[in-house]
Ligand binder design. Structure first.
Ligand SMILES: Cc1cc2nc3c(=O)[nH]c(=O)nc-3n(C[C@H](O)[C@H](O)[C@H](O)COP(=O)(O)O)c2cc1C
Length: 345
């Protein structure tokens, strides 16, 4: 029996947050509802709707959703997931970069760090205060729209991820010092939404320092986020503007790229669910793995075949993801997600 907060789920596997490009004017289109209806079911604990911005100005691109006043389409989306017996999850995000994200997969690290540091340092305190309020409002709306898991996006070099990085965040006010302000946001969310399952997606590795150095201070930050009220910590890696391969590992990186680190963290924080993504393919061997608070998020294989988890658990074959990169619509300058092996997406 697996519980996330007070919610019982039938599996340790989730559909990872994925930005599909299936939103218009910030609202989900019917094909996003279909996409998540197909990618939910008793064998999928949480179906996360990826990258929903706190406001139109903080979207990743024009086809990215945001939380607006009229929640009817968001309600329809959460209900489609709920009706299929997965927990509806939503990722609340804020991209606050002066430039558009690069489409290239690898970009210069130093240029990014310098410009991100400069942009974050020069952001007025009042602007950040306003963004903090927008996070709270977006999370409240998402909960009102029926989402049971609210995931705060603090990974992949988005605003909150930059704030957590000690080379980028050198502010000296209340938003400096790593995650003081993020802790406050989690405490506020906990107070505003006492019954919601709060999840935060953070990077194990940003890729800016020696991996062990980054991991050790990240583990300390994770402990503080749990104390502040997070029920769940989701783990990924990489900064979108520097190295997309760290976010979406290639086939050559092997299976379960980040599981050994997630396992270590799950053992340290036994009462919190730790949810890791990155080339999770071997569902059968991970199904009974220890520790029991470790969960797994799967992206591309479920894009390629919505039945991927169910098929694996029942010994059937799936249409397999071949790492073609077709799903990365933004990099490919396409309007929305596509899949080389699943044309029916
Ligand atoms: C097309 C696509 C869009 C993605 N969009 C998001 C996103 O909006 N937010 C996020 O945190 N991760 C996003 N990811 C990353 C996935 O959540 C996941 O961590 C990553 O794909 C690694 O898992 P996988 O190897 O099972 O695909 C996206 C991945 C893909 C393939």
């Amino acid at each position: 029996m697996i519980y996330i907060g007070d919610q019982r789920v039938g599996s340790r596997f989730c559909f990872a947050p994925v930005n599909t490009g299936f939103c218009r004017n910030g609202e989900p289109e019917e094909r996003l509802v279909k996409f998540h209806r197909e990618r939910s079911g008793p064998e999928i604990a949480i179906s996360y709707v990826g990258n929903v911005a706190i406001s139109p100005e903080h979207r990743t691109n024009d086809a990215t959703g945001y939380m607006d006043h009229d929640l009817s389409k968001w309600r329809r989306l959460s209900a489609a997931i709920d009706d299929n017996e997965s927990l509806p999850g939503i990722q609340i995000a804020c991209r606050a970069a002066p430039d558009k994200a690069p489409r290239k997969w690898r970009n210069d690290r130093r240029t990014f760090v310098e410009s991100a540091r400069q942009a974050l340092t020069s952001m007025p305190e009042a602007t950040l205060d306003e963004l903090w309020n927008k996070f709270i409002r977006a999370a409240e709306k998402a909960s009102e729209a029926g989402f049971k898991i609210i995931q705060i996006h603090a990974a992949h070099g988005y605003l909150l991820s930059q704030l957590m990085n000690r080379l980028i965040n050198v502010r000296r006010d209340q938003f400096g010092g790593g995650i003081n302000a993020l802790e406050r946001m989690i405490q506020d969310l906990r107070n505003h939404l006492p019954d919601t399952i709060l999840d935060i997606r953070v990077n194990l590795f940003d890729g800016l320092e020696e991996p062990n150095e980054e991991l050790s201070y990240r583990i300390e930050q994770i402990g503080r986020l749990i104390d502040a009220g997070c029920n769940m910590i989701s783990l990924s890696s990489g900064i979108y503007d520097i190295d997309k391969f760290a976010i979406y590992p290639e086939a050559s990186a092997g299976n379960s790229v980040y599981v050994e680190y997630a396992r270590k963290i799950a053992l340290l924080f036994e009462r919190t669910k730790i949810n890791v993504a990155g080339n999770i393919r071997d569902v059968v061997s991970l199904k009974d793995t220890e520790p029991l608070n470790l969960m797994f998020s799967i992206g591309r294989p479920l894009i390629a075949d919505p039945g991927f988890i169910k098929n694996a658990l029942t010994g059937k074959n799936s249409t397999e993801c071949i790492w073609s990169g077709h799903c990365h619509y933004y990099s490919r300058m396409r309007p929305h997600i596509e899949c080389k092996v699943n044309k029916a997406i």
